[in-house]
Design a binder for this molecule. Structure first.
Ligand SMILES: *[C@@H]1O[C@H](CO)[C@@H](O)[C@H](O)[C@H]1NC(C)=O
Ligand SMILES: *[C@@H]1O[C@H](CO)[C@@H](O)[C@H](O)[C@H]1NC(C)=O
Ligand SMILES: *[C@@H]1O[C@H](CO)[C@@H](O)[C@H](O)[C@H]1NC(C)=O
Ligand SMILES: *[C@@H]1O[C@H](CO)[C@@H](O)[C@H](O)[C@H]1NC(C)=O
Ligand SMILES: *[C@@H]1O[C@H](CO)[C@@H](O)[C@H](O)[C@H]1NC(C)=O
Ligand SMILES: *[C@@H]1O[C@H](CO)[C@@H](O)[C@H](O)[C@H]1NC(C)=O
Ligand SMILES: *[C@@H]1O[C@H](CO)[C@@H](O)[C@H](O)[C@H]1NC(C)=O
Ligand SMILES: *[C@@H]1O[C@H](CO)[C@@H](O)[C@H](O)[C@H]1NC(C)=O
Ligand SMILES: *[C@@H]1O[C@H](CO)[C@@H](O)[C@H](O)[C@H]1NC(C)=O
Ligand SMILES: *[C@@H]1O[C@H](CO)[C@@H](O)[C@H](O)[C@H]1NC(C)=O
Ligand SMILES: *[C@@H]1O[C@H](CO)[C@@H](O)[C@H](O)[C@H]1NC(C)=O
Ligand SMILES: CC(=O)N[C@H]1CO[C@H](CO)[C@@H](O)[C@@H]1O
Length: 435
């Protein structure tokens, strides 16, 4: 009950700042109603009576303070000793998923460093300092796996074997930016739902580091470091769907992940940030991105055509636009995936009808067109939406690397109840590199 109010108060804090556009200024009404699925739907809430709990935000304290300078309320701030341990299956399974994620990152960063030569990195515009930074990121992952292992206790997994979809430094960096993106978003999707608030605290301090890694890999790609206002969250099943295909084998006594493996969704014309023209379809997929050497003149940038070299920031704040046609390919359920192929993709949804664009605070839908069923899957097209985060603001919903899911319905979800989407997922997510 308390939690249903958290998001509204969080948004209230945003609204308190002076430069919020008029469209989302708080109204004065105190009896605003909204559906549970769409608290943003009818404008701004100053108080919420839908759950039976009411807090009237007047700007003044409404209750006596339990201790000096300590406004009443809040969770577990009464002096109780923190218990950094899962309290429920939900907690355990969420943290187990994170451990699988941290282990692949550790392996991935080390693999890249040991696979590619100094010259390979140099041709991608990355020098000894950059390699040292990747090595430090691997060390961070060592710390993260130790932390989660300590929280989970003796049943925690060990490192597994992995399979990676890259053969060049450029594609390695691109893959790292995507892995850290879903690692980050996968945690944001459940962090506030954990029963163990103490574990959530430690995980928060972990995932904020991961967020910095994601940004650094974007900078290694010459992309604008952070082209969004809000980092989005996805569900555990969505994160597991993205992660599992790259885990080839784990020791047989590894605890199983309880989350769903949705059928894979591919964006066959996903932009390639390394290509001269990122949205040119002929060089669009991760696999073909390996052929050109776009950074071959990176160190001699002046006079070169290749402007997309590693940079703190670049002027590429987005290279896709509303109306862009995405070509999607979805698999049918029933395919073995994940460690030792011991998981099977599954969907409880009907036929593919919509693309859900999960980005920033928003889940926005577009219609799937030209849906064609094949032997192992289906294909469809859809168009990039042009919505902005709020009316009257410039920031588009779709930017950065974000998530696209094929669904059978366009139900209304917001960041705190995005798991309502799980039962409607036909395939995906896929990571769309919008900018
Ligand atoms: C709220 O009340 C104030 C003072 O009465 C008024 O100036 C303002 O326009 C009202 N805002 C809205 C959104 O109704
Ligand atoms: C509450 O909302 C309803 C529906 O919008 C409106 O008709 C009514 O006047 C409001 N009541 C108060 C006290 O503002
Ligand atoms: C909130 O305000 C309403 C209307 O003034 C009042 O009836 C209610 O008791 C208040 N609730 C709390 C918790 O102060
Ligand atoms: C807040 O407190 C001040 C000082 O006691 C009082 O003057 C004011 O009316 C209060 N405002 C509200 C909205 O209760
Ligand atoms: C990883 O692969 C190696 C080499 O094939 C194999 O010996 C080892 O058992 C595998 N480990 C796991 C955990 O699957
Ligand atoms: C796109 O790929 C084709 C075929 O691999 C290659 O010849 C061409 O140079 C690439 N173009 C760009 C802009 O990378
Ligand atoms: C990049 O490729 C897209 C898709 O083919 C095309 O529409 C666009 O004009 C190209 N941009 C440039 C600068 O060549
Ligand atoms: C830049 O591209 C143009 C067109 O492809 C080409 O003619 C020119 O030689 C290139 N310049 C350099 C410095 O590579
Ligand atoms: C780009 O690199 C190639 C191969 O090293 C070299 O021949 C060419 O002169 C370079 N071009 C520029 C503009 O530096
Ligand atoms: C950045 O891009 C915008 C839009 O294309 C352009 O107007 C601006 O001059 C560019 N700025 C720099 C520093 O290149
Ligand atoms: C999606 O891409 C992966 C990797 O390239 C490939 O193995 C798989 O067959 C593709 N699935 C569909 C439905 O295109
Ligand atoms: C929560 C949120 O940001 N919702 C927005 C989603 O996008 C539509 C269309 O731009 C907005 O109207 C919503 O406010």
């Amino acid at each position: 009950m308390l939690s249903s109010i958290t998001i509204i108060l969080g948004i209230a804090a945003i609204a308190a700042s002076a430069d919020i556009p008029a469209g989302i200024r708080p109204g004065n009404a105190t009896n605003t109603t909204s559906s549970a699925l769409n608290p943003f739907g009818t404008g701004f809430l100053l108080s919420n009576s839908s759950s039976g709990y009411v807090y009237n935000a007047t700007g003044n304290l409404t209750s006596p303070e339990p201790r000096p300078y300590t406004p009443s309320g809040g969770l577990a701030n009464n002096g109780s000793v923190p218990n950094y341990h899962p309290l429920t299956d939900f907690d355990y399974e969420s943290l187990l998923l994170v451990l699988y994620q941290e282990f692949i990152e550790l392996d991935l960063f080390e693999f890249g460093l040991s696979t590619f030569s100094v010259g390979d990195f140099q041709r991608a515009g990355l020098d000894a300092n950059d390699r040292a930074l990747i090595e430090f990121m691997a060390e961070q992952e060592r710390g993260h796996t130790m932390l989660i292992e300590n929280i989970l206790g003796p049943s925690a997994i060990n490192s597994c074997n992995y399979t990676y979809p890259f053969t060049t430094v450029v594609d390695f960096v691109n893959f790292c930016s995507k892995v850290t993106r879903w690692g980050e978003s996968g945690v944001y999707g459940f962090l506030e739902h954990l029963d163990s608030r103490a574990s959530a605290q430690l995980l928060l301090q972990t995932v904020t580091t991961e967020a910095r890694q994601e940004m650094i890999f974007r900078q290694f790609e010459g992309l604008f470091p952070m082209p969004v206002w809000f980092q989005t969250g996805i569900t555990q099943s969505m994160a597991w769907t993205l992660l599992a295909p790259y885990i080839s084998g784990c020791s047989r006594d590894s605890p199983r992940v309880a989350w769903q493996n949705f059928p894979a969704l591919n964006i066959t014309n996903n932009p390639n940030p390394a290509a001269l023209n990122a949205t040119s379809p002929s060089n669009a997929t991760l696999s073909t991105a390996s052929s050109p050497a776009p950074f071959s003149n990176a160190t001699g940038l002046p006079g070169s055509n290749f402007t997309f070299v590693p940079a703190i920031a670049s002027n590429r704040t987005g290279f896709t636009s509303p109306g862009n046609v995405l070509q999607l390919a979805g698999e049918f359920p029933g395919k073995p995936v994940g460690p030792n192929s011991s998981y099977t993709t599954n969907s409880s949804a009907g036929a593919p009808r919509f693309a859900a664009w999960i980005s920033q605070l928003n889940t926005t839908y577009t219609v799937l067109e030209n849906v064609v069923n094949g032997t192992n899957g289906w294909t469809a097209t859809t168009r990039q939406p042009g919505d902005t985060i709020w009316p009257n603001v410039s920031e588009p919903i779709v930017n950065g690397s974000m998530f696209i899911v094929a669904t059978d319905a366009n139900i209304s979800v917001t960041p705190y109840n995005i798991s309502e989407l799980n039962s409607h997922v036909v395939a995906g997510p896929a990571v769309y590199l919008a900018g």
